[in-house]
Design a protein around this ligand. Structure first.
Ligand SMILES: *Cc1c(COP(=O)(O)O)cnc(C)c1O
Length: 448
C-alpha cells in the first residue's frame, strides 16, 4: 500500500522545497490521518508533529471545534468572489482582528497565502507614497537572514542564499541591514546592545537614503527560516521611531510569529508598537486552510479612497481572498484562544520546553538553546567555542530528521538548527519525550 502510494507519487508529483532525488534515500512519509499533535502514517505508525506542519498548526490537527465550524460553514457558503460581494465570516473575522491587533490597525485586506500578503504589503506601501506624490520612493529595506516568502517580490526582501541566489538576476534590489539577532552578539554584548547597534545602522541608512525608501520589513522578534534567531523587542521600538522620523513604513511580517507563537497573540505587542502594515497567515486559520490578511491603518485606507477616475485604488486581487471556510476556521481558532485561555496555558509549556533541553547546553556541539513562547531552538555547531557552523554539505540536520523519524517524531531542522514549534495542544509529558528524542538524535548526528 505504501509502496503503491509512493510510486504513484513519484510518477506524478514534485514536492515543495525538495531536491526530488533525495527521495531515493529519504522516502516520503505517507500520512493517512492526524489528530492533536500526532500524524499517523498508512501503517498506523505515529509521529509527533514537532514543527506544526510548517508552522501553520496552532491548536492541533482535526481539532473538533474547528472541524465543527467548517462542517457548518460548508453547507452555507463554500466560496464567493470577494470583489463586489461580502459575507458574515469575512466581516466577523475582520471585526475580531481589529479588536485584537495592535491599536490603530483598523483595516483588513484579504489574500490567500503568506507570500501574497507580503507582496501586497510591498505594493501597498509603494502605492501609498505614489498617491502622496512621492514617486522617488521605490526601495525596500530588509534584515540580513530575513525570510518573507518565495514569490519574486517576497524573495527580493528575503536574505536566505539557498532560496535567493539562483533567482537574484530576476529580483528587485533591496537594501539589507544587519539583523538584531542576539545569537550574533559580540562576546560581552547583551541582546539589547546588539539590537541597538543594529538599529543605529538602520538609522544611518534611513537618514541618508530615506527619500528612496518605501518601507522596512521585519519578522518581529524571531527570524524563523534563519534558524529561529531571536532578538530584543527594543529593536522594534527603535524601528517604529525611525520609520516615523524618516517617513518610511514599518511592515511587520507576523506570518510565522502571529497567533501566540512568541507568547503574545502578536509579537509586536511585546514592543508595544503598531506597524503600518501587518501580514498574517499560517496560524490564522489554525493551520487548516490557506488564507492571509494584511492589516493596516486608517491613514493607509484614506490614501487610496477617492473617485474612481483618480486611479488611486489598490487594484490587487487573489481568487480565494476572503474564502468563507478559511474565515470560519480562523474564527473558531480565535474562539478557542479565548475560551481555553490558550496564551495563559502556553506559559507553562514554554517553560517546560526551555527546561527540557537545558542539559544539552553542555553538549560539545550545542552552541545555544533559546526559547520564546512556543518556539524553542537548539543551535548545533561544528565548534562550540568559536560558534563555527557545520558545513551545510554535511547535512547534520537531515541526520537528526532521519533519526527522529525512526523514534516517532517529525522534527525537521533548519540547516543545523533543531527546533520545537509544536501545536499548543502538546502536553508537558510529550515535550519531555520530544526533548529526549532530540537529545539522542543530536548525539547521533554530531558523532563523527
Ligand atoms: C511562511 C512565511 C511566509 C510565506 O508564507 P507562505 O504562505 O508560505 O507563502 C512569509 N513570511 C514568513 C515570516 C513566513 O514564515
Amino acid at each position: 500500500m505504501t509502496a503503491d502510494l509512493l510510486s504513484r507519487d513519484a510518477a506524478v508529483l514534485w514536492h515543495p522545497c525538495t531536491q526530488q532525488k533525495d527521495h531515493e534515500h529519504y522516502p516520503l512519509l505517507p500520512i493517512a490521518r492526524a489528530s492533536g499533535v500526532w500524524l499517523e502514517d498508512v501503517h498506523g505508525k505515529r509521529y509527533l508533529d514537532a514543527i506544526s506542519s510548517w508552522w501553520t498548526n496552532v491548536l492541533g490537527h482535526a481539532n473538533p471545534r474547528i472541524n465543527a465550524a467548517l462542517k457548518d460553514q460548508l453547507d452555507r457558503l463554500e466560496h464567493v468572489i470577494f470583489s463586489g460581494c461580502t459575507h458574515e465570516p469575512a466581516v466577523a473575522l475582520a471585526e475580531r482582528l481589529v479588536k485584537l491587533a495592535p491599536p490603530g490597525l483598523t483595516r483588513c485586506f484579504y489574500n490567500d497565502n503568506g507570500a501574497s500578503a507580503v507582496e501586497t504589503a510591498l505594493k501597498m506601501s509603494y502605492h501609498f507614497w505614489r498617491n502622496a506624490g512621492k514617486t522617488g520612493k521605490t526601495r525596500f529595506v530588509a534584515l540580513k537572514n530575513s525570510y518573507h516568502g518565495e514569490t519574486l517580490g517576497a524573495l527580493a526582501v528575503t536574505d536566505i542564499p539557498l532560496f535567493k541566489e539562483t533567482y537574484a538576476p530576476l529580483l528587485m534590489e533591496s537594501l539589507l541591514v544587519s539583523s538584531p539577532d542576539a545569537y550574533q552578539a559580540e562576546p560581552g554584548q547583551s541582546a539589547e546592545e546588539r539590537a541597538l547597534a543594529a538599529a543605529a545602522e538602520l538609522e544611518e541608512l534611513l537618514s541618508t537614503r530615506g527619500a528612496e525608501i518605501c518601507a522596512v520589513i521585519v519578522e518581529p522578534l524571531v527570524q524563523g527560516a534563519a534558524g529561529m534567531r531571536m532578538y530584543d523587542p527594543v529593536y522594534l521600538r527603535r524601528l517604529r521611531e525611525l520609520c516615523d522620523r524618516y517617513q518610511v513604513h514599518f511592515i511587520a511580517d507576523e506570518i510565522a510569529v502571529g497567533f501566540g507563537r512568541t507568547g503574545t497573540l502578536f509579537a509586536c505587542e511585546q514592543a508595544g508598537v503598531t506597524p503600518d502594515l501587518m501580514c498574517l497567515s499560517k496560524g490564522l486559520t489554525g493551520g487548516y486552510l490557506p488564507q492571509s490578511i494584511l492589516m493596516t491603518t486608517e491613514t493607509f485606507y484614506e490614501a487610496f479612497y477617492a473617485d474612481y477616475a483618480s486611479l488611486r485604488a489598490f487594484l490587487h486581487s487573489h481568487s480565494y481572498a476572503g474564502n468563507p471556510l478559511a474565515c470560519r476556521a480562523a474564527l473558531a481558532t480565535l474562539d478557542i484562544f479565548e475560551q481555553d485561555r490558550v496564551l495563559e496555558r502556553n506559559k507553562a509549556l514554554s517553560t517546560r520546553m526551555h527546561r527540557s533541553t537545558l542539559a544539552l547546553r553542555d553538549h560539545p556541539h550545542v552552541a545555544e538553546t533559546r526559547t520564546l513562547g512556543m518556539i524553542h531552538a537548539i543551535e548545533l555547531v561544528a565548534d562550540k567555542t568559536t560558534k563555527t557552523p557545520y558545513d551545510w554539505r554535511e547535512r547534520r540536520g537531515m541526520r537528526v530528521y532521519t533519526e527522529a523519524l525512526k523514534r516517532g517524531a517529525f522534527l525537521r531542522p533548519l540547516g543545523s538548527v533543531v527546533y520545537f514549534m509544536p501545536p499548543y495542544v502538546i502536553t508537558e509529558e510529550e515535550i519531555d519525550w520530544l526533548a529526549g528524542v532530540a537529545a539522542e538524535c543530536i548525539d547521533s548526528a554530531t558523532r563523527g
